[in-house]
Design a protein around this ligand. Structure first.
Ligand SMILES: C=CC1=C(C)c2cc3[nH]c(cc4nc(cc5[nH]c(cc1n2)c(C)c5CCC(=O)O)C(CCC(=O)O)=C4C)c(C)c3C=C
Ligand SMILES: [Fe+2]
Ligand SMILES: [Fe+2]
Length: 365
């Protein structure tokens, strides 16, 4: 049967709201088989690799999934924690904290959960759990401050793919972006300021964002512009001049040109040019993960130091920082505002009807 039977309470109570914090996803274990599964799902998404399937599939299965899993597994092993992959651990913690923060703001009935676009827990499994718990309104909150078709839109794809099998859909709202949200910028600024209080300020602040193919920019993806706006707002808040910071893009994948300048060559050039100390942060990642802990804090550090740099200081992501939780709470509240429960919507329409009847009676008198 294509459409599953509804849970028994579909026509009555409860009538709850859910917030689903969605992040990219991560392998279940730092092993080659787990990476093959995860990368297979991730790199089969046409939002992520925009190459015709007939061309890409043989490359993916014949080359990429034969060579990359073992190499990536070794990198994951270097950042794995006793609780699991940092990305999953932080996202889980953020969801639990958000539940508490929303509760303190009078939203104690809102249920918060997290899901991963690729791997576990899947978006479909968490939406199923919401439905089973009587959730009839879902706010989907991607953990991506900057909108990109490769990430944000792919979360929407996964939600709609789930919905294709559901008879009685919940109401859905999607947060598209918050790259310039004052509370997000404030959280980033606090992160940098407390790092400077502890370690002093380096000559340069490098803000490294995840890269995407350059072609997506010319095709109208707002990601590049949004990364630059985040950087500009953060620099202004920190009173940095243009000469004191750089915006770079990491993680190039494949042979095509990606957004420039690339992070690692930039760090190398800075070291060669005689810059002694750099601060490096990744404002587009709200949780530390392989991209920040391995690619930046390990490989990036190596690139800078071998080129002649002396001190490389990595500024951690927002993770479970209080100001970031305030930002997530504020963003969720803004998007939940004015969202009536089914009962309220019914009452509201009844009230409007009563008012309309009264108006007509008044006009007739
Ligand atoms: C192949 C193309 C890729 C695009 C386009 C892409 C966009 C993109 N990714 C993130 C966030 C993350 N990516 C992460 C890992 C990762 N990304 C790619 C490829 C693309 N990403 C690969 C192959 C990998 C896997 C790691 C590896 O094998 O090297 C992660 C970390 C996941 C983790 O488990 O820690 C994040 C987060 C964004 C925000 C983005 C576009 C804006
Ligand atoms: Fe990525
Ligand atoms: Fe990477």
């Amino acid at each position: 049967m294509r459409f599953r039977p509804e849970p028994p309470h579909a026509h009555g109570q409860p009538d709850a709201t859910g917030v689903l914090l969605c992040n990219l996803g991560t392998p279940d274990a730092p092993t080659a088989p787990a990476l093959r599964r995860y990368l297979g799902e991730f790199l089969s998404d046409p939002r992520v690799v925009e190459i015709p399937r007939a061309v890409w599939k043989p490359i993916l299965h014949g080359i990429v999934l034969r060579t990359r899993p073992a190499k990536s597994a070794a990198k994951y092993a270097s950042i794995w924690t006793p609780e699991g992959s940092p990305l999953r651990v932080w996202t889980d913690k953020q969801a639990k904290l958000l539940q508490g923060y929303l509760g303190e703001r009078g939203h104690s009935a809102v249920k918060v959960d997290y899901a991963m676009r690729y791997g576990q827990p899947s978006i479909a499994s968490r939406l199923d759990a919401f439905k089973a718990a009587g959730v009839t309104r879902v706010l989907v909150l991607p953990a991506y401050p900057q909108y990109s078709g490769t990430t944000t839109a792919s979360v929407v794809d996964a939600v709609s793919a789930w919905g294709r099998n559901i008879r009685f859909l919940p109401e859905l709202r999607f947060v598209n972006q918050y790259h310039d949200h004052p509370l997000y910028i404030e959280a980033l600024a606090k992160r940098v300021a407390s790092h400077w209080t502890e370690h002093g300020q380096a000559e340069q602040l490098v803000m490294s964002f995840h890269g995407v193919p350059r072609r997506t920019l010319t095709l109208g993806d707002p990601y590049h512009c949004q990364c630059h706006k985040t950087a500009r707002l953060l620099a202004a808040r920190l009173r940095l001049s243009e000469a004191q910071y750089k915006v770079t893009f990491q993680s190039r994948f494949g042979r095509a040109e990606w957004l420039q300048p690339y992070t690692e060559p930039t760090l190398h050039e800075l070291g060669k040019a005689g810059v002694k100390r750099v601060d490096v942060m990744c404002p587009g990642f709200v949780s530390d993960c392989i991209e920040t802990l391995e690619e930046i804090a390990m490989e990036g550090r190596q690139a800078f130091l071998t080129a002649g740099g002396q001190e490389f200081r990595y500024i951690p992501c927002l993770n479970d920082q209080h100001e970031w939780m305030l930002a997530l709470t504020g963003i969720a509240q803004q998007h939940l505002a004015g969202w009536p429960t089914r009962a309220e919507a019914g009452e509201a329409s009844e009230l409007a009807e009563q008012r309309e009847r009264a108006r007509r009676l008044g006009a007739a008198a």
